[in-house]
Design a protein around this ligand. Structure first.
Ligand code: TEU
Length: 532
């Protein structure tokens, strides 16, 4: 049955297909492998899966460089495998979201191959081409996130083309109506195959300033360096012209009407260190743009203190209260949060509960339910071009992309019969699914219980927040809907603490989750009360 609101508060399990399950023995995960493991995802209690790109690709950015939007890369399988995956997922009650990388293509995409041929071919305007400055240098000062200028010279056209990421990822020109139509058709192609929605890569990068104006320097007080500027000066510019253009709203409106034809939903990725939440609000407001966005507030390095959570949620209420956030602590681009925030096993449980208590939808990244730490990948094993470029100041994204650990005793932890494309992290083996299923009190069991708890209390997903507070290290907020009222308290520290309010008239819940049943909180313990 078509429930147009299925996405609201959904828990979306992110699968990085290269590293989930290999069925062919080539050391790279594939669609058939995903099919084998869907029961596991359903048992976890997720509502949907998001599969990172599996389309035809030269794999320079591991699938985020697409050379054919309408086919599966042979490395991952076939369209028939994909159809089988959708059928199996639907049979298990799981929705399927796929990752559309619309902002750029691969330089091996036919569109780009044609576009670069001449100044006047049918697709000459499909990418962002520009003449050099009189001295031969790039048309403006825009930088690539992956290093160097955002422009690469093409000797046939004697022009530069724009790329916000690798030079093998040319940016499409969204000002060209034919480009928009072609991309909407790509969405229709997959919707007709039965997908329930999309994760939209770099949704705020679709348009660049028509006049290609220089980005201003970022004032020092706004700088928040994750990579030292001497290594990558990208974060020292304010990217006001290279992304977040007002024209995007109109395109998202068109995209939404395609989604509506099929009852589908989209979650946009908003990569913006300064204005992420504001843009999330802009793009998810009302009901004619995308349904959800995620920003990077909880994917950043800053420790997640009670005060920080209050600050972020207050800001969401201010700039995006009528929009719909989708929260994530980990994904395939950032250091796994167990490592990033240096979490003990107790802290990992509490953070999982916190994530699942926030208003919005949630993305879980494969392996976080096992408590995997960032793997230490040796330089010689490195695959990510971003890491290779900036090693050792920045080690890239391979440490969060190593294979899933299914069975400790099986070859390569049950991931593959062949040599995995990234080594299985030996320190992950004891956390394998098989190991955790043998223990009643495992983190995996906790995630399953916490997802079930969220399902039993829909107010956690969709209710309003009230009385957000940080009392020392104790975070508290209320969640309210017409028929439910909960009080959530989290002791985000290794010291015991008191519940910072009078809880007479409130009934404690979640005994089986290890939540406090009175007003004393052990280190890293939470409590959830229901108004009686
Ligand atoms: O990421 C966009 C994005 O903002 C990331 O570049 C992020 O800033 C970086 O990875 C932080 O480490 C998306 C995809 O998630 C990423 O895997 C792709 O490389 C990128 O787009 C280009 O398509």
């Amino acid at each position: 049955p078509m429930d147009p609101d299925w996405w609201r508060g959904a828990v979306i399990y992110q699968i990085y297909p290269r590293s989930f399950q290999d069925s062919s023995g080539d050391g790279i995960g594939d669609l058939k492998g995903i099919i084998q493991r869907l029961d596991y995802v359903a048992k976890l209690g997720a509502d949907a899966i998001w599969i990172s790109p599996f389309f035809k690709s030269p794999m320079k950015d591991f699938g985020y460089d697409v050379s054919d939007y309408r086919d599966v890369d042979p490395m991952f399988g076939t369209l028939a495998d994909f159809d089988a995956l959708v059928a199996k997922a639907h049979g298990l009650g799981l929705r399927v979201m796929i990752d559309l990388v619309l902002s750029h293509t691969s330089d091996q995409h036919d569109w780009f191959k044609e576009s670069r041929q001449s100044l006047d071919n049918a697709k000459s305007n499909w990418f962002v081409w520009a003449d050099p400055k009189p001295d031969g240098t790039p048309p403006n000062n825009w930088l690539s996130i992956f290093g160097g200028p955002a422009w690469t010279w093409d000797s046939r056209r004697c022009q530069y083309y724009l790329h916000n990421f690798l030079s093998t990822q040319p940016d499409l020109n969204f000002h060209e109506p034919e480009v928009q139509e072609a991309l909407l058709d790509v969405a229709r192609f997959w919707l007709k195959r039965g997908v329930d929605g999309f994760r939209l890569d770099t949704i705020n990068f679709y348009f660049a300033d028509k006049e290609l104006r220089d980005n201003p320097a970022l004032p020092p007080e706004k700088r928040n360096d994750t990579i030292a500027p001497s290594v990558n000066p990208y974060n020292h510019q304010e990217h006001i012209y290279s992304k977040n253009q007002p024209e995007n709203i109109e395109f998202l409106r068109k995209f939404r009407s395609v989604l509506n034809e099929y009852g589908a939903a989209a979650v946009g990725e908003v990569g913006d260190a300064q204005r992420g939440l504001e843009i999330m609000g802009q793009y998810t407001r009302g009901d004619d743009l995308v349904q959800m966005c995620y920003a990077f507030e909880f994917l950043a390095n800053a420790p997640l203190t009670a005060a920080r959570v209050v600050e972020v949620l207050t800001q969401v209420d201010a700039v995006a209260s009528d929009g719909w956030p989708c929260w994530a602590f980990s994904n395939h681009d950032v250091v796994r949060h167990a490592t990033r925030w240096n979490l003990s096993p107790e802290a990992q449980r509490l953070f999982a509960l916190l994530l699942l208590s926030l208003r919005g939808s949630v993305c879980l990244y494969q392996g976080e339910e096992l408590g995997l730490q960032e793997a230490d990948v040796a330089f010689d094993d490195l695959q990510d071009p971003y890491g290779i470029e900036f090693w050792p100041e920045f080690k890239g994204r391979d440490g969060c992309r190593t294979p899933m650990v299914w069975e400790r005793t099986n070859q390569n932890a049950g991931f593959s019969q062949g040599k995995p494309w990234l080594p299985v992290a030996p320190e992950h083996l004891r956390q394998s699914v098989e190991d955790q299923e043998a223990v009643e009190e495992s983190l995996l069991a906790f995630y399953r219980a916490a997802l079930a708890f969220r399902k039993a209390h829909p107010v956690l997903a969709t209710g309003d927040h009230a009385n957000l507070r940080a009392t020392g290290n104790v975070l508290s907020f209320e969640r309210k809907s017409d028929d439910a009222h909960l009080l959530c308290v989290f002791n985000l520290s290794g010291e015991a603490a008191d519940v910072p309010m009078d809880v007479t008239g409130w009934e404690p819940l979640g005994n089986a989750l290890g939540l406090a049943q009175g007003n004393e909180l052990a280190p890293w313990q939470g409590a959830i009360f229901r108004r009686v």
